[in-house]
Design a protein around this ligand. Structure first.
Ligand code: ADP
Length: 625
């Protein structure tokens, strides 16, 4: 450009500049064709300005590229340094390269070929990306899961029925039928280890030993025990894992449990299968079916691992408080085994034989440090821990042991657990039902219900009031289900149909309100029919209902009393509530020989086949106290 700088003639300047500009042929042509010097120089100026902006743009791009390359180089350099530092540390510690270690781990001939092939491909990826890159970290985590999953590892122990029976008996008081059912299942398992047996589902109120019996089964079989808690699980990914494309993905709880167990055939407790979410968003029940169904679980595919895992030899035991809430899809696969509530006598015996030794051991007490009197234990069982299970009782006993430990420390000799000590040691008395149901009231009758917490006494209240509109109406409240509402309607029609026999002169003209207290708790089932009949008849006749009696029975429109379920649970609730008698359908009489003797001695049972007999038994009866 020095030549241009010395040019004085504008004509020549134009030619020199045009010659040096990197122009395409048509552009050069247009410069040549320009009319006059001025126009040529203007055309040249436009071309120069364009070239200048092109050059600036190129420079910007080049600088940006250089910066990026420098950053990459810096990162690569740092990674290389990190790798070198880690290697040196490993050398000092005598540890191996993780990739190398993984490679060796997957040479294990016991691994299924599919797993080994997948692992080799992933190791190649890992080598390419390096273990410290984000992708490398996720591949490394996946490889570790592949390595730690016990693909073909099984706990092997010859099944010894005698040992199993001994362990179950040692750990658990009573539960004869349940233990027998478990033994039968194990007998089949010992004859045909690969038989696709049904999954036992322990059903019963809380604290009756479902979880701890499952643990004892694992111990008896000599297999690891893992518990998978299903309460509140909504998303099927929690059961069968997330695909690896998902950020933060993990295997599901089943594979996590199997890895924790270290073998493919542990005892797996599917805890609270009735509390599994079913709000339609995910399908955890469907995922569980894949786990439990013998035609699918030989090759169970967790979405994260994405390789078939044999779950067919795992021993699954489910627990539930009630079978009704277990998703229907699973019913076919589950074999319900019922755990019943314990009677107070059973709980006392269990306290002596099992619970007390356990809590004393946990508190570091020796047998001579504490004297358990019968009346003290009875008070603890009846008044401070009346629940159907024994969890609350164990807590009460542990509280007493803590008191005894303090006694011992203060050198005050053995601690005597009598009624006064129980009152001092157990604090608040529970006594939930005892006082609320035993007064004679007009329009209130005691029904019996079975919920997931066991049996309970449920007072049914009826009021007759001035009609609020032109005609009287029936109002039902207290969170009653459809079946219970229908039995209230049936009961009302029945009571109106026997107006003459009840001695009520005028037809019903008032509003009828039937209420079951504790409205927050949903209630359903037909068996409260008899108590609703009694409460209605009492409200209409003005005669009080004997408050020390509870009634159970489904009532037809003609007043026939049909049998009910859950008799044992219901009668135990009568006993816990301190009531005197129960009115029970005649058709349930055949179950009585199977009821515990202590229960039959504690309460009187009156059998009825017609609702009128029940009314005679409870309405306006003068009390003999
Ligand atoms: P669930 O699973 O039915 O709610 P758990 O198995 O957790 O009840 O039992 C609660 C506690 O009561 C445990 O410590 C358990 O050992 C004890 N227990 C329950 N039933 C029995 C029994 N029949 N014999 C001995 N201990 C029992």
């Amino acid at each position: 450009m020095a030549a241009a700088a010395v040019q004085e003639s504008p004509v020549k300047l134009g030619w020199v500049v045009a010659h040096h500009l990197p122009l395409r042929a048509p552009e050069k042509q247009s410069v040549l064709e320009a009319d006059g010097v001025e126009e040529r120089l203007e055309a040249l100026l436009r071309l120069i300005a364009r070239e200048q902006s092109v050059l600036e743009c190129r420079t910007r791009i080049r600088q940006a590229v250089q910066r990026e390359v420098a950053e990459h180089q810096r990162e690569a350099l740092l990674r290389e340094q990190l790798r070198a530092i880690q290697e040196q540390i490993r050398e000092i510690q005598g540890a191996k390269d993780p990739v190398e270690e993984l490679r060796e781990a997957f040479e294990n001939p016991e691994l299924p070929d599919q797993v080994r092939r997948r692992a080799q491909a992933e190791i190649a990826r890992l080598e390419h990306s390096g273990p410290f890159s984000p992708e490398g970290a996720s591949v490394l985590a996946y490889l570790e899961w592949l390595r730690d999953t016990p693909w073909r590892r099984f706990a092997e122990r010859q099944l010894d029925p005698e040992r199993v029976r001994r362990v179950l008996d040692e750990r658990h008081f009573g539960l004869g039928q349940v233990k027998r059912r478990v033994m039968e299942q194990l007998a089949v398992l010992s004859l045909r280890p690969d038989a696709p047996g049904p999954v036992l589902c322990f059903v019963g109120p809380p604290g009756v030993g479902k979880t701890s019996l499952a643990q004892a089964v694992a111990e008896a079989l000599g297999r690891p025990f893992v518990s998978v808690s299903l309460g509140g699980v909504r998303d099927d990914a929690e059961i069968r894992g997330h695909r690896r494309t998902y950020v933060g993905s993990m295997p599901g709880r089943i594979v996590q449990g199997i890895r924790q167990a270290g073998v493919c055939n542990p005892v797996v407790l599917l805890d609270e299968i009735d509390k599994i979410g079913s709000d339609g968003r995910g399908d955890p029940a469907g995922a569980l079916l894949e786990v439990l169904d013998p035609s699918q679980n030989r090759a169970f595919r967790d979405l994260y691992l994405d390789l078939p895992l044999d779950l067919s030899r795992a021993f699954f035991i489910a627990t539930a408080n009630t079978l009704e809430r277990v998703p229907r899809a699973l019913w076919d696969r589950l074999e319900p085994v019922e755990f019943q509530s314990y009677t107070p006598e059973e709980r006392m015996e269990m306290a002596r034989s099992h619970l007390i030794p356990k809590v004393m051991g946990a508190s570091g007490l020796e047998p001579e440090d504490i004297v358990w009197t019968d009346e003290g234990l009875r008070s603890a069982v009846l008044e401070f821990a009346p629940e159907p299970g024994v969890r609350a009782l164990s807590r009460r006993l542990a509280a007493l042991c803590r008191l005894a430990a303090l006694y011992k420390l203060e050198g005050r000799g053995p601690f005597r657990v009598d009624e006064a000590a129980v009152r001092a040691g157990c604090g608040e008395q529970t006594e939930p039902e005892r006082h609320r149901a035993d007064r004679d009231l007009v329009g209130v009758a005691n029904a019996l219900v079975v919920s997931e917490l066991g049996g309970a006494v449920l007072p049914i209240e009826v009021s007759l009031v001035e009609p609020s509109g032109p005609a009287w109406e029936l109002v039902l409240t207290g969170n009653l289900g459809a079946v219970m509402r229908e039995s209230a309607l049936t009961a009302l029609t029945y009571v109106r149909s026997i107006r003459g026999e009840l001695g009520v002169p005028t037809p019903l003209g008032q509003d009828v309100h039937v209420h079951a207290p504790e409205g927050a708790i949903p209630k359903d089932g037909p068996s409260a029919g008899l108590a609703i009949v009694a409460a209605l008849a009492s409200a209409w006749t003005g005669k009080p209902v004997d408050g020390r009696v509870a009634l159970t029975g489904e009532v037809t429109l003609r007043g026939r009393v049909l049998p009910v379920g859950g008799l044992r649970e219901k009668l135990l609730a009568v006993q816990r509530a301190g009531l005197r008698a129960a009115v029970v359908p005649e058709a349930n009489r055949s179950e009585v020989p199977r009821l515990p003797n202590s229960l039959l001695q504690a309460i009187e049972i009156r059998f009825v086949s017609d609702a009128k007999e029940a009314l005679q038994a409870v309405l306006g009866a003068s009390r003999k106290t």
